[in-house]
Design a protein around this ligand. Sequence first.
Ligand code: NAI
Length: 779
Amino acid sequence: MTVREIFETMEYGSAPEAAGDALAWIVDQGSRFGHFIDGAFGAPGDTFETRNPATGEVLAEITQGSSADVDRAVKAARAAQPGWQDLGGPGRARFLYALARLVQKHARLFAVLESLDSGKPIREARDIDVPLVARHFYYHAGLAQLFETERPGRAPWGVCGQVVPWNFPLLMLAWKIAPALAAGNTVVLKPAEWTSLTALLFADICRQAGLPDGVVNIVTGDGATGAALVEADVDKVAFTGSTEVGRRIREATAGRGIGLTLELGGKSPYIVFEDADLDSAVEGLVDAIWFNGGQVCCAGSRLLVQEGVAETFHDRLRARMDKLRLGDPLDKSIDMGAIVDPVQRDRIAALVDANDEGETHVAACDVPEGCFYPPTLVTGLGPAARLMQEEIFGPVLVSTTFRTPAEAVALANDTRYGLAASLWSENVNTCLDIAPKLAAGVVWVNGANMFDAAAGFGGVRESGFGREGGPEGLSAYLRPAHAGAPLARVAPFDGETAEPEAVDRTAKLYIGGKQARPDGGYARAVHDAGGRLMGQAPIANRKDVRNAVEAARGASGWAGASAHNRAQVIYYMAENLAARRDELAARLDRMTGTGDGAAEVDAAVDRLFHWGAWADKFAGEARAVPIRGMALALREPVGVIGALCPDATPLLGLVSVMAPAIAMGNRTVLVVSEPFPLVAADLVQVLETSDLPGGVVNLLTGAHAELAPVLATHLDVDAVWSFSSSDLSAEIESGAASNLKRTWVNDRRDRDWHGAAGADPAFLEHATEVKTVWIPYGA
Ligand code: NAI
């Protein structure tokens, strides 16, 4: 094209990036790759081809990892772990820093290789993926540096098995490996089968950095290799990928006492209010849905636009779509590259072709032959339409309209996912009013797809759990340094004689602020340490759990109560408990036979003051991100928490679990101590006189083993905790796969509720989710 022609058409021609160095690197490695285990590349085994999706050309052959390969890698990681941990935070920080520098030094090679292997535009790999990778290693070098001072009492899990997808192969690797290493873990990572090359180049970089052998291991292969890694002797699994596979991994790891974080799919709303800067919002959408061809878990794939501006907005959007350029991913001037693989292209096409609702606009741009899919907009869909609900994971935007902000919120939350959301309005009040109402782990105000290592990323609902990035991301790679004693079953006392109390006290369940008889009408006799009958404790069943969950759901106002208010209620409980000290101490002495009743009541009072004090001191913080804005890491309540309370120290245990949960704004369904259930009746007296709204705390008594699976599989429960002396972790964690609720089980360890572990700061983390809200600030 001549300069004259350029001026006539104002079109820009192609500006291809050279692929020579990246292709030469592949050839230098022999074009056939084995795994990277214990600091060295092994010989290739059974291999499969990895292709450039834009051309279909074979780039290299990759080894399909077997279970034996996985086991070898896990053994290498296990052997390397103590040495790596013993380096200490500053020692590990030097290596993370060296990795960051090496990523920067080889930035071009990484970017071109990524673009070749995945089909993403070189512009994105070069300007977004690779700089974010380097930033991630720098940030985590900092977290490692400060590890000893900032994370007392925390230790790495040990060996982490990590499985990453194909949409951001190198970036997801960095999100997994950097925090794991910073915390002192070693890793075995499996890249996605379509995009393994940058992980293998990264392995090469690890060698250059002099990383000790076995600290990072890369095993390639498909889903079967991933499944083998999940089954292997690892201490923590971290996964990014589809919700379907995430659910399978939840089941496969259940009851093993290992850590798990899942970053899964999304169907993120992109909400345009009528007072938005519409042109900016159109441009934002280009980033939201056509970035990486829409193959982004947090893509703004569901457009919700206010009715008054819908027509003009859609017109401008179609005009903009028609100007998008599809083409060779290595061309620096294209907007969208290839779809990662023909399988994914066909999946997208099948979903769109099956739709017969609304109006479909396909961008009028040239679509090259091969593995490409044009930008597509489907307007006028009903909220229940399949395309509105299912993740398409391609350049397809679906749209519907709303009238009022309340309707926008209802539509936005009408999904099983909860990953991200974008809000567009020139009135920041509108955005800041809506942001807290969205079920999403990340909210962008007048923006989309912004990421940074300092800002946590991750979802709620079926988008998974755990965060990547920020201090909360590091927490996911840590466990308590000193575990408690092994779990010891606490059994109830037996008794023969039925010695009636002077005045019969019939214990009841406590549901929705009222004492309730159990649905089944059954109760069991409870004896004291001397074998005398103390009373009858109701036996709750499935229906009682459902009633309690419904009451807890209904008490949603508690989450909106001010933290000051919640603190006042908890202090009031402490006062009321203290006022009944002697009576309660005597009851506890009879109940447990330990003679510690008075100390237990005193500790429970203290614990209430402790968590009451925290109620207004754990709201979150601002994060320094390198844009003209800031990311607010806000601590939101998890929602409805079902918890199995400790069996020993029945009052202190119950209070220790309840208080942090409600202090943070959660509603609770608490199954009290199984051997000493009558404590519930005592606590009810306190709750009823403490201004606690009905439904915030619901108390059930009964068999932990029977009630745990009911809570774990209940779709309206957001988290299940267990401190029972029965090991119920397998039932709870596998049941939780239903709606991917959060779980916190005592991994076969008991806590000393009188000691510091009883007031573990981890309660605050488990009682909250981080919502990262990106706001313009100082722009
Ligand atoms: P996938 O979830 O099957 O693959 C992701 C990773 O998991 C790959 O490394 C794969 O080898 C591995 N894997 C597969 N089965 C496994 C198992 N049973 N155990 C352990 N690891 C396993 O995703 P796929 O099939 O590539 O894409 C299907 C759909 O998933 C996409 O259309 C998209 O909707 C969604 N997806 C979401 C991603 C996200 O970032 N949230 C990323 C990739 C896909």
